[in-house]
Write a protein that binds this ligand. Sequence first.
Ligand SMILES: [Zn+2]
Length: 75
Amino acid sequence: MIAFFFIIGSHFFSWGSQPVPNQMKCGKCGTVDTFAKKQGMRFITLFFIIPVLPISGIKELMQCPVCGTKYQTKS
Ligand SMILES: [Zn+2]
């Protein structure tokens, strides 16, 4: 007998890293520096790691180079 089990979850995947042309101030650590612009999407995942189905559109994020806090840009 074959037992099937699936662990379904969701995870936010982000990729890309482009420097932002102008400097921004981080609201968490107060650093003023060039942030990295990333894109990300939330996926339904299987076994925590396998993205199966996107459940959000592509979101643009800015990441602080010092503390790593991600900010979602309004779009
Ligand atoms: Zn920061």
